[in-house]
Write a protein that binds this ligand. Structure first.
Ligand code: B12
Ligand code: SF4
Length: 526
């Protein structure tokens, strides 16, 4: 039995300059392969495939089952591709999964009928159960089996949407086989903050114990931290280094130093193994005490991505970031001294944001002097406390994710790619998030200090020139400089056109469907 897993494009038809390997589908693929299934992966995002191209690519693999992975901004693309595939092969079972399904559960069944099943929570065990059921019993009349598979969402014969109990998170992550990167072309993946031509991403833990109101990570992977054993991780890194000749790694863990003891042990093991790799991780500024940071630098940590979010204490309190601004200044200062490059991300348009708090954020971003900086528009992702509060305040539309039209005259591919979903941004009276996002980016990058820091870094690291060029060409349309060029006709959103024409997209207006009563047979056990 052959399974094709597809990671849909965020901006169909737009080839990304940067990207990381889609780990969600890679982990699932590893589990399916171990059980004897043939698996193929299509990363339509890194290849910049249009909806039509992605559908064709999926069909060309001649699968017996197709799975689409999606974060909320990929939802409409996933449905459009799935709709085209279903029109040509109505018999082909299609399964949806990923962060969006985790936080909206059966909601996606209200939008379209062009898929069969959805999976919430960790996908490895659930999709394996689904595939094993099909291998043993064929692809039809399987409803009697679906009820017993935790984490599965399906329609029963009466048309009700059944949301099964969540699957308990896998405690011992060593149970999962190592990712097989042969399923993709790893040389396509790189990020601007890392040296070298390509990077390999891995996860050493799952879960996050913090409560930032805008974040979905604790919902998707749980609040309790779970780890792969250090021996296993070191062995995997050794194997990947040898097999692919890769020396740049990105550890995608939500909060790499959330358990400082574990982080100490890992860095020590990396040094003992003498692997001599460079790596990047994500963490919080209050979780890098001096001894740990020193050891991380010795063990090859080359870039740290800090989610700073705001430069105003009141806003940090509102979004429950629980980090002091002094801690942030101190962490960036120590990284600089140790030669660790820093990447800071900020959110504009958080609840309670005003022009003054946004100004404070820009000034703070200049003060902490990260190597690179990114200002996102705060978005109320489904399931997050920010979304639930925004519904009460009326600052976001209920189920905004069905209305994410890609309007090229308004938002550039760069913005969409980095999470700018106009529909989900908070509407704060008297505050224009997009305007402040652009102002912040412009002010931060066109500063003598940044230009000097970058120039002196580039002189020592000429590889960075290529990244500067790439970043420039991605960011320029963001400033609408292309508007100076002759006007191009606005291309209609291909996804919406397909979904509108699709006979199965019954509910484009997205009202709850009276013909689809929802039955929750389980509640979360997260
Ligand atoms: C790495 C990452 C990225 C990478 C993604 C690149 C890539 N190709 O992987 C980058 C940096 C590009 C990115 C960007 C964004 N990200 Co991000 N990202 C993450 C992060 C840190 C890890 C994701 C990951 O690899 N997880 C590991 C794997 C194993 O988990 P997983 O993908 O969830 O997959 C599991 C299940 O979901 C399920 N599953 C997944 N796919 C499928 C498919 C099928 C068929 C089935 C059955 C099951 C299934 O099974 C998997 C294994 O258990 C998460 C936070 C987190 N720690 O989870 C946020 C996260 C996924 N990102 C999020 C968001 C919103 C974004 C942005 C849209 C916004 C932003 N500005 O941050 C942008 C989008 C732009 C873009 N180009 O993608 C949200 C998603 C919320 C939502 N409801 O959509 C998360 C949860 C964090 C958050 N901010 O709240 N992100
Ligand atoms: S933003 Fe980071 S620290 Fe906060 S909950 Fe999300 S992953 Fe955890």
């Amino acid at each position: 039995m052959k399974i094709t897993l597809c990671y849909p494009a965020l901006v169909p038809g737009h080839k990304a300059k940067y990207g990381l390997q889609p780990l969600g589908v890679l982990y699932i693929a590893a589990v399916l392969k171990r059980d004897g299934f043939e698996v193929e992966i299509i990363d339509a995002d890194i290849d910049g495939l249009s909806v039509q191209e992605a559908a064709q690519r999926v069909l060309d693999t001649k699968p017996d089952l197709v799975g689409f992975s999606m974060m909320t901004p990929q939802l409409l693309t996933a449905l459009a591709v799935s709709s085209l595939v279903k029109q040509i092969r109505p018999d082909l079972p299609i399964v949806l999964g990923g962060a969006h399904v985790d936080s909206t559960k059966g909601d996606v069944f209200d939008m379209a009928d062009c898929f069969d099943l959805a999976v919430h929570g960790e996908g490895e065990g659930t999709l394996l159960d689904v595939c094993q059921t099909m291998r043993s019993h064929g692809t039809h009349d399987l409803e009697q089996y679906w009820a017993d598979i935790p984490g599965l969402i399906y329609r029963n014969r009466q048309g009700s949407v059944m949301v099964n109990h969540a699957r308990t998170f896998t405690r011992d992550l060593d149970e999962f086989p190592s990712v097989d990167y042969d399923l993709i072309d790893i040389t396509k993946y790189s990020i601007p903050t890392m040296a070298g031509r390509y990077v390999l991403s891995m996860m050493l833990s799952r879960g996050c114990p913090f409560k930032c109101t805008f974040c979905d990570a604790p919902i998707t992977m749980g609040k309790k931290l779970r780890f792969w054993s250090i021996d296993r991780v070191i062995e995997d890194i050794r194997t990947y280094k040898k097999k692919y000749g890769v020396t740049n790694f990105v550890f995608k863990d939500s909060t790499f130093t959330a358990n400082k003891k574990w982080a100490f042990k890992f860095c020590q093991a990396l040094l003992d193994a003498d692997l001599n790799i460079k790596w990047r991780c994500n963490t919080r500024a209050n979780l890098v005490p001096p001894e740990l940071l020193n050891l991380m630098a010795q063990a090859g940590c080359y870039v740290i991505n800090f989610g700073v979010e705001s430069g105003h204490p009141e806003i940090l309190k509102r979004i429950k970031k629980e980090v002091d601004l002094d801690q942030v200044v101190d962490a960036f200062e120590r990284c600089r001294k140790l030669g660790i490059r820093t990447y800071a991300t900020f959110l504009m348009g958080n609840p309670g944001e005003t022009n003054e708090t946004a100004r404070a954020t820009i000034d703070f971003a200049k003060k902490v002097r990260p190597s690179l900086c990114m200002f996102f528009v705060s978005t109320a992702y489904p399931g997050t406390p920010m979304y639930l509060d925004a519904l009460v305040d009326g600052t976001v539309q209920e189920r905004w994710w069905a209305k994410q039209e890609f309007n090229q005259s308004k938002n550039s591919a760069f913005q969409v790619r980095w999470g700018w979903t106009d529909a989900g941004a908070l509407r704060i009276p008297g505050f224009d998030s997009e305007l402040w996002q652009r102002k912040a980016t412009r002010e931060w990058y066109f500063r003598p200090r940044f230009i000097w820091d970058t120039f002196s870094f580039t002189v020592r690291n000429p590889y960075f020139l290529r990244h500067l060029w790439n970043l420039g060409t991605e960011v320029i349309p963001f400033y609408k400089l292309r508007n100076l060029l002759p006007k191009r006709a606005l291309k209609p959103d291909e996804r919406l056109q397909i979904l509108e024409k699709c006979p199965s997209a019954l509910n484009w207006d997205y009202q709850p469907r009276p013909d689809l009563p929802r039955t929750e047979v389980g509640t979360d056990v997260h």
